[in-house]
Ligand binder design. Sequence first.
Ligand code: ATP
Length: 564
Amino acid sequence: MQHQLGGKDMTMLVVDALGQPLHVRGDAALAGRTAELTNTLGAALIVQHPVYLPASCAGSCAPIVDGQGQLCGALAILGDCASDQPAMLALARMSANMIERQLFLASAPQGLTLHFHGRGAGLGTLQDGLASCSADGRAVMVNDAGLTQLGLPRAALASHTFPSLFGATLAELAERCRAAAPGLVSLRLRDGGTVHCRVQFWDSCDTMDRRDTASATATATVADGAHPGRRVRAGLGRLADLPSPLAATALGQLDMGDTRMAQVIAKLRKVAGTDIAVLITGETGSGKEWLAQAIHRDSPRARQPFVAINCASIPESLIESELFGYEDGAFTGARRKGSPGKIVAANGGTLFLDEIGDMPLPLQARLLRVLQERQVTPLGSARSIPVDIALVCATHRNLREQIEAHTFREDLYYRLNGLVVKLPALRERSDLPALLARVLAEDGAGCTLAPAVAGLLERHRWPGNLRQLRNVLRTAAVMAGPGEQIRPEHLADDFMDDLTPVIAGTEAASNDNAPALMLDQMELQLIQRTLAAHGGNTSAAARALGVSRNTIYRKLGMDRLAVA
Ligand SMILES: Nc1ncnc2c1ncn2[C@@H]1O[C@H](COP(=O)(O)OP(=O)(O)OP(=O)(O)O)[C@@H](O)[C@H]1O
């Protein structure tokens, strides 16, 4: 929440069901001050609905219910934010919802946990339903979002079992999980509706055939303080793990079966908790920031802030104040109250400096000083603030070359490179099918891939790496429609354009030893040459040849791939 509030002068307050403060961030005096506040918090507790607070203690408040649907407290954001009231109410409601989900998962029966939604795209969002049941499928717990989707009042839950709600026994579900190609299972409800699900089996669940599922499942330690050491079995294997306390460790979730990725993760696990600075290199979109976040989430600092700053996207003149902060009126245009800066904001947690190679030289010297002295002096201030941060940096540049070109300080480089890890480009990874399945499950609106599309995706060079992969699949899923099969015509034109030279090149190579050029082979060569002359741009080649782009795809056999 603090991150979302972006440094606004606000107070965050969590109270129990009796309105007693449990946790205050910010102005503790404000949190306990007014009768109106107590009354309004009380109102939120009574009506069990988010409410605005009165003007005297402006803010918003949302109730929190536990996994059994019992009211257990409320969360309030207090402070003068008249113009932002709706946003604050939404933030309070969203944060309360996140707490509720954690409470639910922490008290879930140890048989199976199901995340479900009527639309595949709803999975992994705060709106997806949660259902948990005991290993025999009898005791079922469902959160409010889940009950809404099932169309059930809470009181009716007591008379249901898992099979009576979801139309399958745990053993049947385990079987479906084994067979589910993209890591997403659909269940037909008793009322005829369908929900898309991701499933996690706890180890204690006896209904699973452990021998058969060994290759398809991942065993993971729950990264949740409430249940240290609990072990879960992810029924859909690594593909379907969710970013929840029941999922594998954050780093473990990035290991999809590629050897190089596994090595990167193994190295990072060794330095977890040591505060050794990590430098991540890799092409754009290869997942450097995601990796940095996973390092943070698996570290002892996980409950402290993760603060990211992209040195390439902030104007040079602002990096200094953004990073190191500034005193009241330190420079023209400075905010009246000054700003503590990102380094101080990350105190106790992790500072992620993305595109560190783009940091201007003078600031490199300042950063080095901060890292050595472990204290920051904001602009215009004589006072130093001690800081305790773990540092993760990333770059797609070659810092050694930059050192030789005198654009990067060698001493800073050696301070940053405690451990250097290189993320493989997507085209070098051997786990593309698993990645496709995961991204589809997360972002694919329940769609599946036609085999021909899987073939096309595997041929692609992916210059934009994981970012491009996610965008291509997300757009294709929208084109195909929820729950449909993604076919070649659903892929974006520019993606097909990028792909054409690769396929054309493959065809050309395989034609080298052809004895006599038949008419269609000449035609093929003409197309290949024209494509080459137009830099692989299918539209330009089609125009030059006076044919349609589809004709080119057809002649190159890409339509055959499409129906394979
Ligand atoms: N392990 C992953 N699995 C699936 N998708 C991922 C993964 N890692 C990253 N992505 C996707 O790729 C996008 C880009 O990732 P990220 O921002 O971490 O890349 P980056 O290497 O930091 O990029 P840049 O160099 O441009 O800053 C993410 O928003 C996400 O959609």
